[in-house]
Write a protein that binds this ligand. Structure first.
Ligand code: SF4
Ligand code: SF4
Ligand code: SF4
Length: 397
């Protein structure tokens, strides 16, 4: 018997009691017992004189979408979970809300969803329009279906370094999930954490979007933070000033820092704007997207000092802060780099030491990939003396 069929043999009160007895937790950013969340939606519906309902979605703040895999892997499970949650509060009003870009997925699920009378839509969840409805994470719906099928194991769904999503049982340490040998930072959920966060159990680590990512010595904390802020900026619906303008300011400052134009007061400004966003915005996007910048600056002050004061990127990732040159001792004049450079930055002739003019160079790395002698060097240090006119291989002194 399926989870939904099992639930259909029970009264509404029994379904609710079972959810409470199993202590199923809401998996999204608004953590807490699911039974409390469902009961609160009933109270809110009564107070607001609105119809109650169930809305299952990712967190609005989620820009990685890795937990969408839970739905893609077993859509029927999520739909059954939504239907069971709806039974618990006695509503026929059921919605599955997918990220804006997932129109194809929404179309492909429409037929199956109609079997459970679930409406499928795309876009951010509008909190005001959904007052009185229980907004639950689609992972919570999957957990609920597991529980009514007798297969529920308390745990957290994670994607480690972009790999396939898997559920790991509570109590598992973050450090057991990934190789931490060269780790300099850990992205856990919406925060940039120090490597010692590997000691946290998965259920304590705030992995509410499923993201576990190890940044090694080859990754830049500032560059990663800027990219994540840009993703949030693109996702914001822009209706709230603090979210819209705050994200523009935060992303702009990180970008300036990666390009060597960072200023000392950016750290304080980020704190001021980021903290204001957390408590002045109504939905999880505004409340959580500044956390990456706040935690990055708090946990990695040396990275920011290197970028802002010394104009250096310790990981040699920020292209405006690194130098590139061809080492005349190792160049054999093969010409492979000249052929692949998309911006004609490299000049030379067969048998001659090649020369790189970095004025138009984007540090794309295509030339280093084809250079078999390792002659092309990307460095955070100075460029040594190199030839400025055609010089035969082995003749440069
Ligand atoms: S916080 Fe406001 S502007 Fe930002 S996504 Fe939510 S509703 Fe839109
Ligand atoms: S690919 Fe390397 S060895 Fe060949 S010309 Fe370029 S720098 Fe020299
Ligand atoms: S890094 Fe890219 S743009 Fe720069 S010289 Fe090499 S191939 Fe050309």
């Amino acid at each position: 018997m399926s989870a939904y069929e099992n639930a259909k043999t029970m009264s509404r009160e029994d379904v609710m009691e079972k959810i409470a007895a199993l202590t199923i937790q809401e998996a999204g950013l608004c953590a807490g017992p699911l039974a409390d969340r469902l009961a609160a939606s009933l109270a809110e519906a009564e107070e607001e004189k609105k119809e109650t309902g169930i809305v299952a979605a990712l967190n609005n703040a989620d820009t990685d979408y890795v937990l969408l895999e839970v739905l893609k892997n077993d859509p029927e499970k999520v739909l059954q979970g939504i239907a069971i949650a709806a039974m618990a509060i006695g509503t026929e009003n059921k919605t599955l809300c997918l990220p804006e870009r997932e129109t194809e997925l929404a179309d492909s699920l429409a037929q199956l969803a109609s079997n459970y009378h679930v409406e499928v839509m795309t876009g951010l969840v509008n909190l005001r329009a959904n007052k009185g409805r229980a907004i639950i994470h689609m992972v919570t719906a999957a957990d609920l279906a597991d529980a009514f099928a007798g297969e529920y194991v308390p745990g957290v769904y994670v994607s480690v370094n972009g790999e396939a999503v898997k559920k790991v049982p509570n109590g598992t340490r973050v450090g057991e999930l990934a190789d931490m040998t060269d780790a300099k930072a850990l992205i856990l959920g919406y925060s940039m954490c120090r490597p010692d966060a590997a000691g946290l159990a998965v259920e304590e680590a705030g992995i509410t979007n499923g993201v576990v990512k190890v940044l090694t010595s080859h990754s830049c904390v500032v560059d990663e933070t800027e990219k994540r802020l840009m993703a949030s900026r693109k996702q914001s619906c822009g209706k709230c000033v603090f979210c819209r303008e705050g994200l523009i300011q935060l992303q702009y400052m990180q970008k300036e820092i990666t390009e060597g134009r960072g200023k000392g007061d950016f750290v304080d400004l980020t704190k001021e704007i980021g903290e204001a966003m957390c408590f002045s915005t109504p939905c999880t996007l505004g409340q959580n997207s500044s956390k990456i910048a706040l935690t990055a600056m708090e946990n990695f002050p040396a990275e920011y000092e290197a970028h802002i004061k010394k104009k250096k990127c310790p990981s040699a990732v920020c292209t405006k802060l690194v130098n590139i040159y061809i080492d005349p001792k190792h160049c054999n004049g093969c010409g492979a780099c000249e052929t692949v450079c998309p911006y004609d930055c490299i000049e030379g002739q067969p048998g001659y030491i090649h020369m790189l003019d970095d004025f138009d160079c984007t540090k794309c790395g295509k030339c280093t990939e084809v250079c078999e002698t390792g002659a092309i060097v990307i460095t955070t240090g100075r460029v040594p003396r190199v030839p400025y006119r055609l010089t035969k291989v082995g003749r440069f002194r």
